[in-house]
Design a protein around this ligand. Structure first.
Ligand SMILES: [Zn+2]
Length: 75
């Protein structure tokens, strides 16, 4: 599947990447894209994924491909 990417040596789907960022199950996730920014922790490539942790919420999550760094655009 073209949507799958490698993060910290493991293949992730949009859903599994979103769950890594969220630390919990998510309802739905959009295709993974490049965030076009560098990881502030290690300088690695950052991926972005839009997802719905619940029916009322849409969040964009960011995750480094090389280390544990992640964040969301949640206020
Ligand atoms: Zn990193």
């Amino acid at each position: 599947m073209a949507d799958n990417r490698v993060v910290q040596g493991r293949m992730v789907t949009p859903e599994s990447l979103a769950e890594l960022v969220e630390g919990d199950d998510v309802m739905d996730a959009e295709p993974i894209r490049d965030a076009e920014r560098d990881c502030p922790a290690c300088g690695g490539n950052v991926l972005a994924v839009g997802y719905m942790p619940s029916v009322l919420e849409f969040v964009t999550g960011y995750k480094c491909q090389d280390c544990d760094w992640s964040e969301t655009d949640r206020e």
